[in-house]
Every structure is written in structure tokens, then in C-alpha cells.
Design a protein. Sequence first.
Length: 147
Amino acid sequence: MELSRSMDNVTLTNSGAEGTIQGKGTINGSLTFAPNTSPTHLTPGYSYASEVLTVNGNVTMNANTKFQPLSSGTATSFLQVNGNLNLGSAAGNSVIVNGPALPHGSYSIIKFTGTRTGTLAPPTTPTGATTTYVDTPGAGSVVLNIP
């Protein structure tokens, strides 16, 4: 599902096939990835720029959600969650950065105003990257660290 404007509550359910939420704009309500065995993808932005997908509600990922921010080579797109962030379990979820390589540094890929539960598996790209979590009330973030 591509998003380029405002929508209300969104639940991605897929049975046997991969599903994707991609775009910029606003979801006014919760974004939920229903439990399933097939991978689901969450990609803020359309192009390799600093585009933002905003959710005015809670975000709940499942164990197979692939979070795929886009890179411009100097910045990443990111997810703004104005609510709680549930990353699910790290069993099958991961971070995959699409686009030109990023230089050494730290990049906020998810920002949230509520609380965070769960973790992401180590990023699969770029090689050697890690994620850290800043759980500051009202200003939390998931940070991608490039060595």
C-alpha cells in the first residue's frame, strides 16, 4: 500500500504473500502489522531523501517486519510515531537501508513520543551497522549507527 496523503487506522494483514506500507504523509490512528509468517515491509518515503511517514497513534510491528528507511547518501527517511512503538520480537524483524551508502555517523530512523517495547534484529545493511535505543519520555528514537 502506498501512502501519499492522510489515512485513518491501518492494519496490514497478508496471508502467504509479502505486504508493504510505503510513503510519506500521515496515518491518523494506529498502524498495525498483524501477526503472520510472511515478511511485511515498512518503508517511510518514496525517494532517497529525508521524507517522513507520520503515525498519529501507536505502531505495532510483528516478528517478520522489515523496516526499510531510504538513504540519500547523506540522510535517511524516518518514521515519526506520535504514540507508543512496539517493535515486536527480533526473531525476524530487521533494518535494511535502501539507497546510496551512508557515511560514518548516527541516523534517527524512528522517532516516538510514547514508550518503546521490543527490539529490532541487527541491521542487515549496511555491513557492521548497529541500532541503539533512546527511551527519553516524549522524545524517544531508534538510531542507526554506521561504523
